[in-house]
Ligand binder design. Sequence first.
Ligand code: ACM
Length: 529
Amino acid sequence: MYQRLFLFVILVLSSVCVHAQIIPQPQKIVYSEGNFIVNNRTEVVCLSFRIQKQAEVLAGYLKSYVKGGIKTSTKYTGKNQIVLKENNQLNGEEYFITADKGVVSCEAATPAGMFYAVQTLIRFFNVSDEGLSLKLMTMKDSPRYSWRGMMLDESRHFFGKEVVKQLLDVMAYLKMNRFHWHLTDEPGWRIEIKKYPKLTEIGATGNWHDRNAPRKFYTQDEVREIVAYAAERHIMVIPEIDMPGHAIAATRAYPELSAGGTGRWEGFTFHPAKETTYRFIDDVMTEIAELFPSPYVHIGGDEVHFGNKIWYTDPEIQQFIKDNRLENEIGLEHYFIRRACDIVNRKGRIMIGWDEIIASGITPDKAVVMWWRHDKPEQLTAALEKGFKVIMTPRIPCYFDFVQDDSHKIGRRWGAKFNTLQTIYAFPGNISSLVVNYSDRILGMQASLWTERVADVKRLYFMLFPRLAGIAEDAWTNPESKDYPQFEMKIKQFLHYLNQKGINYFNPFDPESTPEPWGPDKADVIAEG
Ligand code: ACM
């Protein structure tokens, strides 16, 4: 008797699992009895030209499973059809799927919404020897946040376009839609700017580990290719050109634009008191705006105090502070940010900056704040109270250069803290009252991967996966539809997907099966706090 009951429970549980293997978890699914069976008389019907491409994707998928093929049509009959139709009542990325015995229908208001509907539908088909079937259901789904992002630092180490494309594929699989591309910093300038060829002739040489590594950068044609590849997957690419600090690669190429500190910090900042600096930024932004259709350009703005020692003694800079009544070096930093913001705005774009920009005097109609300093929650509060739109990527738990398992030797920690799959999945629960009170100002969140200690693709993927799936579900799924034990089961499926793609990962269920890749950092253990 107990044995039978046990078997029954297992069967029920496993049928639940079969229908829940998708990350991010849809907001609402209600199943009913029965199945829609796909056969060689099933038609894919597209009722609008705008979503034609998605109909082709779906028909292409089904054809590979159905002997005799799948028909396409533009006529609704209500019999044995899978229908894709526009529904202008829905929000941008929202979609509905209803499956009954005669018709499966996918509804969305935009190509992005239909992209998500079709991707989801494909993953809900059961494949068996008899062919394809779909459990009858209704699904209503839309993202919690419009910004579901990942940042990749390609200045410290460069990975190249095939890796970026593979990342974009996985992001799309996880319904992530913002690729923040950190293209300039101390070790290397990674994007061709035609007006300033030395940025890539000189500034693209080297990486974090090797000052003399051969130069690596993206040509403008490659950038266009990646932006287009992302757009096909409904992913926006947001470039970051870091300033006034983290500018060493640029000032190495054009020393006349340099200020900064001494030693390690030499050339760390652009010269804040020279008009030629602002002309340079304007010219760079002209080319950036031509390459990236994104409404946003990220100008960094972080950690200027690390390397602006010269600002305190240089007579030209001190005179500039006096002449412009900027009070002090902080006032000068804020002046720089306002100038950069003005340049970006004049290119028709909204500026994004790290949370240092909050105090610079720019207004929320001109810029968006990226909150990163988890130890300064007051920065998040200040940004929201001032009316800024905010993207959340606090170091804990959203920085993926932090280790994910206590046994790991390379990567950051914050005291005893690091970023496990589970702590990521709990986000943003710990700051929930702010997040709830200002939900209209929070655009969303992203994982950010700095690559000081990520020198190759194997380690890159090890740091990203499966943690990226945690951010994907945090950003898409409302808290009431999230469930960690269920998420863990889905992660096991996700690891299969990564295996099929040949993508490396950390296995949190069996850490010893996926030893930490060392790269050049053998025994280089970092503790930070
Ligand atoms: C940052 O981590 N410096 C934004």
